[in-house]
Design a protein around this ligand. Structure first.
Ligand SMILES: Cc1cc2nc3c(=O)[nH]c(=O)nc-3n(C[C@H](O)[C@H](O)[C@H](O)COP(=O)(O)OP(=O)(O)OC[C@H]3O[C@@H](n4cnc5c(N)ncnc54)[C@H](O)[C@@H]3O)c2cc1C
Length: 407
């Protein structure tokens, strides 16, 4: 059995280049942008994107034949976490949500013609996309409840419905839209939904507002769809495959979120330790207080677990093994660890941590959605428990449900 956590020399080289680019170019460039100057902000991002492309630090998650870096998921973990040291990093490398998940989806499910029309411009950074599944009226946790309907009318589909929290919708040149096409299937059936490619802007697609959230209004739209007409050729992945397509998309995309969250958690722990080493109270540094040391130790242990879980789940994806339980466990554990670690960092910073003078307040607001988007905690726990029970029933042991490791 080979357990080796060192990177191959060529991958170590990539990691160093990504780190140097993010730390030496991206972070200083973004710090130089005047606060509130949206035009300069966007100009800077597009300039950095061109530079990333020139330096071969572009599309780390895509195969080389599609202009990507051709990395496996284990190597991707280190690139994503280096990039996410700044929120804008994954945008610069063109591996941010939701485009990253949409690229995987198109690569796997699109026809050759659809790939040229939708995937190619996305990969080249000429276009952006969104993924429209969640609806305000029904639980997003259960996509079999989707109410947006696509009804056949001659050669076309007429789509009506209501979506919300559609990230990136106002910037997107197209959407992958999930709608119910099969009315006669039993309730709860996974074959009721179909994915459609929708060019934007489009008659019938009404972006009515950007939803204000606890971290501001950052591009999550509410969409009212009224008599939107699409031909058959806009179906992605075949009729009735919308649920499977959504699930396929979410596996690696969930793990990519974890890779970025690890980076945020590490930043919070670095800040916690730095503050503890520089703040003096009741005769000693905070770093010398047992109560603070416990917060540091708990955070370090959790971050270590996060990294091992993500690397193991990534290695299972790379080997083509069933990764669903490991990705669920990683997604749940990393999301919750991120929330706890950022919270502890705020605690150690006191009033400064609560202020917006450090990035911690913003990180805390962003961290909160990690516990319910891309599968709420409880949904992952439900699936983990189901598979653990099934493993015991099938083999008399839960061992295969706990990573299937040889111990
Ligand atoms: C920042 C952000 C970006 C997003 N971007 C997108 C996007 O681009 N496209 C898109 O389609 N959606 C997007 N979403 C929506 C996201 O996918 C949903 O919020 C998520 O799927 C949960 O659905 P819901 O909000 O309807 O919660 P619900 O499904 O109503 O669940 C609410 C809570 O109920 C509990 N719960 C639900 N079901 C069960 C169960 N079976 N057992 C136990 N407890 C349960 C959980 O605690 C859960 O948190 C985004 C959300 C956020 C916050």
């Amino acid at each position: 059995m080979a357990i080796d956590f060192t990177l191959a020399p060529e991958h170590e080289e990539i990691r160093k280049r990504v780190r140097a680019f993010i730390q030496g170019t991206v972070i200083p460039a973004m710090e130089g942008v005047k606060e509130g100057d949206r035009d300069e902000y966007l100009r800077t991002i597009f300039r950095l994107r061109s530079q990333a492309k020139e330096e071969g630090l572009w599309l780390p998650h895509m195969p080389k034949e599609w202009g990507g870096m051709g990395l496996g998921h284990v190597e991707l973990a280190m690139v994503q976490s280096e990039a996410a040291k700044t929120r804008i990093g994954p945008w610069v490398l063109n591996c941010m949500a939701p485009d990253e998940g949409n690229m995987h989806t198109l690569l796997h499910w699109a026809t050759d013609e659809q790939k040229e029309r939708y995937l190619r411009p996305l990969l080249e950074g000429r276009q952006m996309s969104c993924f429209a599944m969640t609806e305000p009226e029904v639980a997003g946790s259960d996509p079999t409840l989707i109410r947006t309907t696509a009804v056949r009318d001659g050669d076309e589909w007429i789509i009506n419905g209501h979506k919300w929290f559609i990230s990136n919708a106002r910037r997107a040149n197209f959407a992958i839209l999930i709608a119910r096409t099969e009315q006669d299937v039993p309730e709860g059936s996974r074959g009721a939904n179909t994915a459609f490619l929708v060019d934007l802007p489009q008659e019938g697609w009404n972006d009515v507002r950007e939803v204000e959230t606890m971290h501001g209004s950052t591009g999550h739209s509410e969409i009212v769809i009224t008599d939107l007409r699409l031909p058959d050729s806009q179906i992605l992945g075949g009729r009735g495959n919308g649920h499977r397509l959504g699930q396929y998309r979410l596996g690696p995309a969930r793990l990519a979120h974890c890779m970025r969250w690890i980076s945020q958690a590490e930043t919070a722990l670095d800040m916690m330790v730095d503050r503890a080493l520089n703040r003096f109270s009741h005769g000693s540094l905070l770093a010398e207080k047992q109560g603070v040391q416990w917060m540091i130790a708990d955070s370090a242990m959790e971050l270590y677990q996060c990294k091992l879980m993500v690397l193991h789940a990534a290695s299972k994806i790379d080997k083509g093994e069933d990764f669903r339980t490991e990705v669920s466990m990683a997604k749940h554990f990393v999301a919750n660890s991120l929330n706890r670690i950022v919270d502890r960092a705020i605690q150690v910073h006191g009033a400064l941590g609560y202020s917006t003078d450090t990035p911690l307040a913003g990180m805390f607001q962003h961290a909160r959605w990690a516990r319910f988007a891309d599968g709420a905690d409880e949904i992952h726990q439900m699936r983990i428990a189901e598979r653990t029970i099934a493993a015991y029933q099938a083999t008399g042991s839960t061992s295969t449900a706990t990573g299937n490791l040889p111990l």
